[in-house]
Design a protein around this ligand. Structure first.
Ligand code: DQA
Length: 149
């Protein structure tokens, strides 16, 4: 049997605090619970996942660089790096695999500085404002991306 495609799911700074971090914005679901939901959804979709979180921009860049050889796609919630990091944008562009950007909150309904996303410039699609369900929707989209996109 062929090996399952593995989707790299990346989470940036402060997302380890989900559950207690600004619950009025991010809800009360923990990152561990989101990981579990993703594992269940991936199983049904015939995908594997590699689910990670880091508070460090350089570590995120290294993981993205490694994805080209290891992963069939990247789902990324870069947290605040979304709005600042040209390094992450460049790494995503260099990865040459599908990228879907996810945010729990609707970044366009929030402060002006959150309306700009560097990640979006490298993303095939963007899902924001739907809470943890956004990760599962991104996995479904990843499983159904046309080959010739
Ligand atoms: C976030 C939105 C970002 O603006 C913020 O810095 C985060 C979380 C989200 O998932 O809604 O850390 O990416």
């Amino acid at each position: 049997m062929a090996a399952k495609p593995i989707i790299l799911i990346l989470n940036g700074p402060n997302l380890n605090l989900l559950g207690t971090r600004e619950p009025e914005i991010y809800g009360t679901t923990t990152l561990d619970a989101i990981q579990e939901e993703c594992e269940e959804a991936a199983e049904e979709l015939g995908l594997g996942i590699d689910f990670r979180q880091t508070n460090h921009e350089g570590e995120m860049v290294e993981w993205i660089q490694q994805a080209h050889d290891r992963n069939a796609g990247i789902i990324i919630n870069a947290g605040a790096h979304t709005h600042t990091s040209i390094a992450i944008l460049d790494a995503l562009k260099a990865s040459r695999i599908p990228v879907i950007e996810v945010h729990l909150s609707n970044i366009f309904r929030r402060e002006e500085f959150r309306h700009t996303s560097y990640v979006s410039q490298a993303a095939d699609g963007v899902i924001c404002g739907l809470g943890p369900a956004g990760y599962v929707l991104a996995l479904e989209a990843m499983a159904n991306l046309p080959e010739d996109r």
